[in-house]
Design a protein around this ligand. Structure first.
Ligand SMILES: [Zn+2]
Length: 265
């Protein structure tokens, strides 16, 4: 018996609610953007999103696909415990142990609609630094007082660690998993992506600056706090909304001739 690892999936557009379809398209776009901006780790990691109107139902990637292969119709519907409610006809499944971190946050923070976790080179580097994320650049300053840290406890996340994970995240939308990687979440897929993009960029700049082995200058604490406040999503405008249209145009223009199925399929 040959296994069905085909990546041609039947469209579910006419089989799901309008809200679910929109979430599928936005989430598939988010996977593609993570790929485009160099934030992937082969077939690993996840981005999960809640389906509006069915808030205990989430969407997650099939385990085995590159992010650039993920489409709206290939996403798997699961409950908050990670049980599969629907998946396309395929022998690919989901990475249930990888979902545990996401599940803990979705359960503890009902207002969170999307969780993104990465193992990027710069994210892993900063996650291993004693100093953590430095408020070194304007991009990094938004995280002053708005980022959690979770100590590494091994690859398997048990029930007690879930509690420590959600405690360490607190009310923040960003967390550094020490010796492991990065995590962001948000009220929308767009906002979670935007926060991850800024966190990743902050880590890349910090690694570059520290590799230059010269003294670093940091602004005074009151400037950092004022800046962090101005950059919170509620202060001036929600994050990622204005950006999203431009990012979707970028995907639409480039994905048409990438050789991979379009994300909106
Ligand atoms: Zn991980």
């Amino acid at each position: 018996m040959g296994q069905n690892y085909s990546t041609r999936f039947e469209s579910v557009r006419d089989k799901v609610s309008a809200e679910e379809w929109q979430t599928r398209v936005d989430l598939a776009a988010c996977y593609r953007l993570m790929d485009k901006f160099g934030m992937t780790d082969l077939i690993y990691n996840h981005i999960t999103a809640r389906i509006p109107g069915a808030d205990d139902h989430l969407l997650i990637n099939l385990y085995g696909l590159l992010y650039r292969e993920i489409t709206a119709s290939s996403l798997v519907k699961i409950d908050v415990e990670g049980n599969i409610l629907w998946k396309p006809e395929t022998d690919y499944g989901i990475n249930k142990s990888g979902y545990v971190i996401h599940g803990a946050i979705h359960k503890a923070r009902p207002e969170v609609k999307c969780v993104i976790h990465t193992h990027t080179r710069a994210g892993m580097a900063v996650s291993s630094m004693k100093c953590g994320l430095l408020p070194m650049t304007q991009t990094a300053m938004r995280f002053v007082g708005h980022i959690g840290y979770h100590d590494y406890e091994g690859p398997a996340v048990n029930l007690e660690e879930r509690e420590r994970l959600t405690r360490d995240l607190g009310a923040h939308d960003a967390m550094i998993l020490r010796n492991h990687g990065l995590l962001t979440c948000g009220a929308t897929i767009q906002q979670a992506f935007n926060t991850m993009y800024q966190l990743e960029l902050s880590c890349r700049a910090q690694v570059d600056a520290m590799a230059a082995r010269t003294g670093l200058t940091l602004p005074p604490q009151e400037v950092l706090e004022h800046t962090a406040h101005l950059y919170q999503p509620g202060t001036r405008r929600p994050y990622g909304v204005l950006e999203w249209h431009a990012l979707r145009r970028l995907l639409d223009a480039e994905d048409g001739n990438s050789g991979y199925p379009p994300y909106w399929h």
